[in-house]
Design a protein around this ligand. Sequence first.
Ligand code: ME8
Length: 541
Amino acid sequence: MRDLRHRIAKAAFVRHTGGSMNKRFFITTAIDYVNGQPHLGHAYEKIVADVIARSRRSLGQEVFFLTGLDEHGQKVQQAAIAEGKTPQAYCDQLAADWKAFAKKLELTNDDFVRTTEPRHKEFVQAILARLHAAGQFYKETYKGFYSTKEETFLTDKDRLPDGTFDPAYGEVIELEESNYWFKLRAQQQWLIDYLEANPTFVQPDYRRNEVLGFLKNSTLEDLCITRPAARLNWGIPLPFDKDFVTYVWFDALVNYISIPAAHGDATVLATSNSELRTPNSEFELWPADIHVIGKDILKFHAVFWPIMLKAMGLPLPKQILVHGWWQKEGAKISKSTGNIVDPIAVIDEWGLDAFRFYVLRELDIGPDGNWTDAGFRARYQAELANGLGNLVNRSLSMLKRYRNGLVPAKHDELAAAAAKAADETHALLKLNQLQAALQSIWGLVTRANQYVDQTRPFSLAKDPAQAKRLDEVLYNLVETCRVLAVLLWPFLPDTATKIYAQLGLTGTPDKFSEATWGGLPPGHPIGEPAPLFPRKDSPQP
Ligand code: ME8
C-alpha cells in the first residue's frame, strides 16, 4: 500500500515537472587530450564545473559531475611514439598525473572517464553498430586535403583569402582514402530550428549566434567517422569493419553517455540496443544539464553532437556552456615559447583557494582572459588577505580577546546585508554567473569591514558602559563570517571549511540553507583564529 502511494506520488511529480525524481543534475567538462601536462586552461574549465557542481549540491540538488581524459587519436599516438612507449603505457602514465591534478584542484567529480576503458569502448561500439544498422553511415572514397595535426579533412572553403590554410592546421596533405561517413546534411534545418527555439541551449548568447551564423551561411558537410587502421590504429575498432578505427571526436563525445550507461542510466541504455548493463531506475543522468567546454570545440558540441544524439533517438543536453581562452600577459599560452602558467606551482606557493579565486573572479564564463602575475598578486593582497582574511581574523580575534571567545546574544544589524548577499548569490548560482556571485559576496565582505571601521569595537572595549554595544557589534561580525563561509563554500572550499573550524563549528559549510542569519547560538565557544591568507612578499606567483 505504502509502496503504491509512493509510486502514485512519484508519477504525479514526474507529470508535473516533466522529469523524474531520480534525475540528477549532470554536469560534464571536456575530456582533455593526454598529450601533455595540464595547464591553466584545463584547470580553469574544471574549476568552473566544480563550482557549479558544488553550488548545486549546496542548493540541495543531487549532482553527478563527470570529467576525464580523451586518450585515442593521432596526437596521442604520435606523442607516445616520440617517447618510445606504447600508446597505452603512455596514457596510463599520464592518466595518473591528470588524476592527481584533479585531486590537487579538489574537484568533486563523481567519476573520471578514460576513453581507453572497456566500459567506454564497448558502449561506443554498441552505438556504432546501432547507427550502422539504422543506415546512418555510408562508405565513400574521399580525395582531398587533410590536416594531420587537427586530424580533419579540409575543403577549399577552409582556405584563407590568400589561398593558404590557417597555420593552426599544421601540414596539410593531399589524401585519397575510403572511410565511413555520418549523414549530417539532412539535419541542418532541424538544428537551426532547434537553436532558435531553445535560446539557452548554447550560452553565452554570442556563442549561440556564432553557431547559428555558421549553420545559416554554409552547407553542412557529412562527418567522416573513421580512420583507416592502416594509417592510425590507436582508436576504437569499428564493430562492423576491422579495417577502420573510430574517429577520435566521435569516440570522445560519446563519453557523455557511455558513463551514464556504465552507471545504469536507462535512457542511454535503451539506445544502445545491447545487453551491456542492467538499467538502474534509481540512477538517471541523461540528458546532461550542462556541458562545460572551451570556445574552440563549440562546433563539435553544438553541431555534431546534437545530430549524433538525434540519430540515436536521445534527448539533447540542456545547455552547452562555453568559456573563453586564457592568455598569459597578453600572449597565447604556448609551451614552445615558455609562456605558461603552471597551476601546480601557483597552488603550491599561494594555496589552491587563491588560484581558484583569481581565475573565477578575473574571468566571466564567456570572454577570453588574461593572466598577469601582477593582477594575481593584487587580487590576493586586496581581496583575499586585506578583504576576507582581515575581516575573519579581526572579528574572531576580538571575540577571543574581549569575550573570551564566547558568542554574545543575537543581534541583526548586518542581517539585511547578509540576506541581500545570500539572495543575490543564490540567484546568480542558478544562472551559473560565478564571477557576479563572487562580486556580490565581496559586497558583504566590504560592508562588514566598513562596519568594523564605523563601530570601532577596539574603542568600545575600552569603555565598560559600552559593553552591550560591543556584544552587538561582535555578534554581527562573527555571524557575518559564518554566513560568508556558507556562501564561499562552492568557490573556496578550504577557506570556507577553515572559517567554520575557527568559528568552532563542526562539519563543512556545504548547505546553502544555512546562510540564513542567526545560526550562531549565544554562548557558543569559537575556535582558534589563524590568518587565512598569509601576506606574501614573494615577487612571482
Ligand atoms: O579539445 N584557455 O582537448 P584539449 C582556456 N579532447 N581553455 C582552454 C585553453 C586555454 N588556454 N586551452 C585548452 C580537447 N582549453 C578534446 C575535447 S570533449 C568530448 C573532447 C580547453 O585537451 C579547451 O577549450 O585540447 C577544451 O574545452 C579543454 O581545455 C580540453 O582541451
